[in-house]
Ligand binder design. Structure first.
Ligand SMILES: Nc1nc2c(ncn2[C@@H]2O[C@H](COP(=O)(O)OP(=O)(O)OP(=O)(O)O)[C@@H](O)[C@H]2O)c(=O)[nH]1
Ligand SMILES: [Mg+2]
Length: 361
């Protein structure tokens, strides 16, 4: 899974991505002109993985991973007439979800490109830039098809005309300020459009970067925010402080601030929900590991997430739910109590299931 952090300059993107990678990820970056993209691979914190590690004492523990791209170079007018800088467009197109990082903290020492702190306005600016970027692509496509149709043999024109009608519908919606994800599409249209990777077709989340002494986020404080995007309030500067603390001091610090769980954990969990993803686990002496699949995935898909051979040679999956595993304490006990089930290819994997795939290739 890849997520891109976008937002106006100085909104807190790097603060958040640094907090995410602190001590649990690797960062790399590329810079060209005003554009800088810093990528980091981040472990998805998961208390269940920690608990399973305590139970199985494996040689290593592997968390699910997310790639986070911190993308600069998006501000009012940056999608302009010809669209985003190609590097920005590329980073955004590759991502599975967009996190719009919006400044909500007051701090005279940090200049705001729009002068005042106004998260609702900033969300509108970012969304407008995304829409402009998609509209540029759609309009190019319309021009190309219009030029192509007269040169095309009559029997091959149908497909082009269908695409033209679809692109015109998108252009019309985008011109009205509607993201592609809200345009009703037939299943085949949706599949067809995937290759275009429209930015406004991607799931998006608004991340409000609140000051360190802000109250917990309440939607009612920001009445102008779009209703259909999920919003998460994060205290960016505080998250960075938390991430920088040695592990053993973290709990105390969180407690003194009355925080139950670091906001970054919540953020990554929300990303999973937004993208319709979940985790299942494999356990053993060697390794305890989290794997990511879409919600509703069946056992053979889960096997495929581990290795294609496991899907190809799939025989059965030995399954136990996470809570059952905790209650039993050990695999031997689980087996004794008959809690380990044998399931076939079509078993719908549940969030947190522990799987052992039996296969033969
Ligand atoms: N007071 C306060 N300052 C913050 C907070 N989060 C970030 N900052 C400061 O705001 C400034 C901008 O933060 P960055 O994380 O660099 O913002 P950015 O979005 O990466 O900025 P660009 O890379 O320029 O687009 C820095 O000086 C941060 O220290 C916060 O929650 N409270
Ligand atoms: Mg930055």
């Amino acid at each position: 899974m890849q997520i891109a952090l976008i937002g106006l300059p100085q909104s807190g993107k790097s603060t958040l991505s640094t907090a995410m990678t602190q001590g649990r990820g690797e960062a790399s970056g590329s810079r060209r002109g005003r554009v800088e993209i810093r990528s980091a691979v981040v472990d998805v914190p998961d208390a269940r993985v920690d608990r399973l590690t305590e139970m199985f004492h494996p040689r290593r523990t592997v968390y699910a991973q997310v790639r986070v791209d911190d993308v600069t170079g998006v501000s009012r007018g940056s999608a302009g007439q010809s669209g985003f800088d190609p590097q920005v467009l590329d980073a955004l197109s590759r991502s599975d979800a967009l996190m719009m990082v919006v400044r909500a903290f007051e701090d005279d020492a940090v200049p705001h490109p729009e002068v005042t702190v106004d998260p609702v306005r900033d969300v509108e600016i970012i969304m407008l830039e995304l829409i402009m970027s998609d509209l540029t692509i759609v309009e190019h496509r319309v021009e190309r098809i219009e030029a192509q149709i007269p040169k095309t043999r009559a029997d091959a024109r149908d497909k082009l005309e269908q695409e033209l009608a679809l692109m015109r519908r998108l252009a019309e919606a985008l011109s009205r300020g509607e993201p592609v994800r809200r345009v009703p599409l037939a299943a085949d249209e949706e599949v067809f459009l995937r290759s275009f990777q429209f930015l406004t077709a991607k799931p998006a989340m608004i991340v409000l970067n609140m000051g360190e002494d802000a109250e917990a986020y309440e939607r009612s404080q920001y009445p102008g925010l779009p209703e259909d995007e999920p919003v998460l309030g994060i205290r960016g500067a505080l998250e960075m402080e938390i991430a920088e603390l040695p592990e053993d001091e973290r709990a105390l610090f969180l407690e003194s601030y009355g925080i139950e769980e670091p906001g970054l954990n919540v953020l990554l969990r929300e990303c999973y929900a937004l993208l319709g993803l979940m985790s299942f686990f494999t356990v053993g002496e060697d390794e305890v590991r989290a794997w990511t699949v879409r919600r509703g995935a069946v056992a053979v898909e889960a096997a495929g997430a581990i290795h294609t051979d496991l899907a190809r040679g799939f025989i059965r999956a030995e399954v136990i739910g996470y809570d059952d595993m905790l209650a039993c304490g050990t695999m031997a006990e689980a087996r004794k109590r008959g809690r380990l089930r044998l399931e076939g290819k079509d078993y719908v994997v549940q969030n947190g299931d522990i799987l052992n795939i039996r296969f033969n290739v």
